[in-house]
Design a protein around this ligand. Structure first.
Ligand SMILES: NC(=O)c1ccc[n+]([C@@H]2O[C@H](COP(=O)([O-])OP(=O)(O)OC[C@H]3O[C@@H](n4cnc5c(N)ncnc54)[C@H](OP(=O)(O)O)[C@@H]3O)[C@@H](O)[C@H]2O)c1
Length: 262
């Protein structure tokens, strides 16, 4: 199936590793020009070096900290400079700290809002007018299965990602007639550094080994395993493609069946 992504331009946040890199690779494999963004030039350069040689020239790097003032606008400008007007925006960020809801620090919540929510909305708004004018746009936001079924020990993630879902759903209704789709991806457990860090934290909490925690966690997923970044990237690429033009305002689970509700 040709997804119609050849020649399209994309910006993928958190593109140096994990889910973001999985999505970037899938878009590059479909022929898109992709700017990947993160804080570390070293990480981004290593990510590009790990791509198949034929994909590297179409992969551009944007170094930026989502927590810096004005990050949304800065990243939008830098990405335009690298690949031109952006057709496909993949919103993503680092994950927040774990802990009990009763132990959340409001100051930490506010700081995380400044890294996980505000810059993604600012970036979306900066790129939206161009998408509407060209009558094509794909806005994908990587959230979490926690927006459907809150995850214990991830209160900040559950809260702030739900804020993004609320914004994106509202935006989807406004721009659907302009050829711009707005969807949220809800990963369950996809094997990345982040899931390894979460398993390590759970191991410390429960006095077990990380391997035991991961085994139990995988056993609770109907698929019986964690997902791969390739599986995640394939779903994102489909949503970014022309075949997904009538899918908007949705939260799409990529979780091996982990969430049991309909
Ligand atoms: N993996 C899963 O199964 C899963 C499930 C649910 C939700 N999620 C969430 O989805 C997101 C991506 O997951 P992942 O597993 O790919 O995480 P990851 O491996 O930790 O990757 C995070 C990415 O975000 C970048 N980043 C972190 N802080 C940043 C900042 N302040 N400014 C700019 N870039 C920043 C990192 O690069 P630098 O460090 O170089 O900046 C990296 O590229 C995370 O928020 C995670 O919590 C993941």
């Amino acid at each position: 199936m040709d997804l119609g992504l050849a020649g399209r331009t994309a910006l993928v946040l958190g593109g140096s590793q994990g889910l973001g890199l999985g999505v970037a690779r899938a878009l590059l494999e479909e022929g898109a020009e992709v700017a990947i963004a993160s804080r570390s030039l070293e990480g981004l350069s290593a990510a590009r070096a790990g791509l198949a040689e034929a994909l590297r020239p179409r992969c551009r790097l944007v170094v930026a900290d989502l927590g810096a003032p004005g990050a949304g606008e800065t990243i939008a400008a830098a990405a335009r400079q690298e690949v031109g007007e952006i057709d496909i925006l993949v919103n993503n960020s680092g994950g927040p700290p774990t802990g009990l809801p009763s132990g959340v620090s409001p100051a930490e919540m506010q700081a995380q809002f400044g890294r996980m929510v505000e810059p993604l909305i600012a970036l979306t708004l900066a790129l939206l007018p161009g998408m509407r004018a060209r009558r094509f746009g794909r806005i994908l936001t990587i959230a979490s299965s926690g927006v459907v079924q809150p995850i214990p020990h991830l209160p900040i993630s559950n809260s702030l990602r739900s804020a993004l879902v609320g914004f994106m759903k509202t935006l989807a209704g406004e721009v659907a007639k302009d050829g711009v789709t707005v969807n949220v991806l809800a990963p369950g457990r996809i094997a990345t550094d982040r899931t390894r860090t979460l398993d390590a934290a759970a191991a410390v909490r429960s006095g077990r080994s990380e391997a035991e925690v991961a085994k139990e966690s995988a056993a609770g997923i109907p698929a019986g395993r964690y997902g791969t970044v390739e599986e995640f990237g394939a779903v994102a690429a489909f949503l970014a493609g022309r075949g997904a033009s009538y899918v908007t305002g949705s939260v799409i689970r990529v979780d091996g069946g982990a969430i049991r509700s309909i």
